[in-house]
Design a protein around this ligand. Structure first.
Ligand SMILES: [Zn+2]
Length: 328
């Protein structure tokens, strides 16, 4: 694999390639973008291009030379991918990196360290890392990967060139899932909608999604215009509302948004060829007749707010109860 094989991310790749051709590669980069979006893949291809034996200042790796192959197999002595041990990156991992930095590269042109999960550093680690970023040794490139820049100290942020990775466009992504991962069109479309443009996340949630009873969910959300208190409680009970199930609940709410989105498409466009849940056409058509557009849009808004609140650590049970109240 090389840059040209990476789906999307044209802007970050162009920036890095321009840095190579203009000989303006800096010592520290910060790649920001959601989990699984492809940051480490781009970082590794960058390391390959920087060290490729087919020549200096290549904008892309040859993918054939021994350097490229070693990096692909994580066997290159000058290119390291540092991943968290347990929940966070530990200070010892940075100390080891610093020891290695004292020497020139063994065989490559540049030593490249890729620190994944830089937004999950043990508290004492940031300061240790800062020292390295302040006085980076020659021939070194440190690439920090982070999902959220807000967990990174401003002192670290200011010493890195930040490069943002945007979610992949949905159509491009769902084509890729069908082509490369052999998924059915409808499944690919659903996964692309739910994974926020992140291939890693899509593959991670594939199994979980298969277990969500979509038809039941649609009927639960939209089956009745008004529910009695008992029915509301029963409906909340049926959802995974324990704090430990936050991720699962968030996924169910996101799935519910795609169901409601389809219902709105049927209501407005009166056509079913663009549905994400094309297997639920009959149910959608029947329900679309019962609802007016403004109620559907209102519910979408409430669902979205609840999903965001739960993603942002709000109390799961209370959020669901509040949602059911505004639902009425
Ligand atoms: Zn090469």
């Amino acid at each position: 694999m090389s840059f040209k094989d990476i789906m999307g991310h044209e802007r970050p790749i162009n920036l890095l390639q321009r840095a190579i051709t203009q000989e303006k590669v800096v010592h520290s980069y910060l790649f920001i973008g959601s989990e699984g979006i492809g940051k480490s893949r781009v970082a590794l291809q960058f390391a390959k291009a920087l060290n490729c034996l087919e020549g200096e200042n290549r904008v892309d790796a040859c993918d054939r030379c021994s350097s490229c192959k070693k990096i692909d197999h994580h066997l290159h002595p000058d290119v390291s991918l540092i991943e968290p041990q347990g929940q966070t990156l530990k200070v010892d991992q940075v100390r080891e990196m610093q020891k290695a930095l004292a020497y020139r590269p063994y065989e490559g042109r540049r030593r490249v360290f890729i620190l994944t999960a830089a937004d999950r550093m043990a508290p004492n680690m940031s300061n240790t890392l800062l020292k390295t970023l302040e006085e980076p040794p020659l021939h070194t490139v440190i690439i920090l990967l982070a999902n959220h820049p807000r967990w990174i100290l401003p002192t670290i942020l200011s010493r890195c060139q930040s490069i943002r990775f945007n979610p992949l466009p949905s159509h491009l992504f769902s084509d890729w899932l069908t082509r490369e991962k052999g998924l059915e069109k409808s499944e690919a479309h659903l996964l692309a909608s739910l994974s926020e443009g992140s291939p890693g996340k899509a593959l991670e949630i594939k199994e979980e999604i298969a277990g969500i009873p979509r038809k039941q969910l649609l009927k639960g959300w939209m089956g009745a215009k008004s529910l009695s208190i008992e029915e509301k409680e029963g409906w909340i009970e049926s959802l995974p509302s324990h704090p430990s199930q936050r991720e699962n609940l968030h996924l169910i709410l996101e799935m519910s948004k795609t169901l409601l989105r389809d219902l709105i498409v049927v209501k407005i466009l009166k056509e079913t060829s663009r549905l994400i849940h094309s297997d639920l056409v009959e149910e959608m058509e029947e329900m679309a007749g019962k609802w007016d557009l403004s109620s559907l849009l209102k519910r979408m808004e409430i669902l979205h707010q609840t999903s965001q609140a739960i993603k942002g650590n709000a109390n799961t049970r209370l959020s669901l109860e509040a949602m059911m109240l505004s639902w009425a």
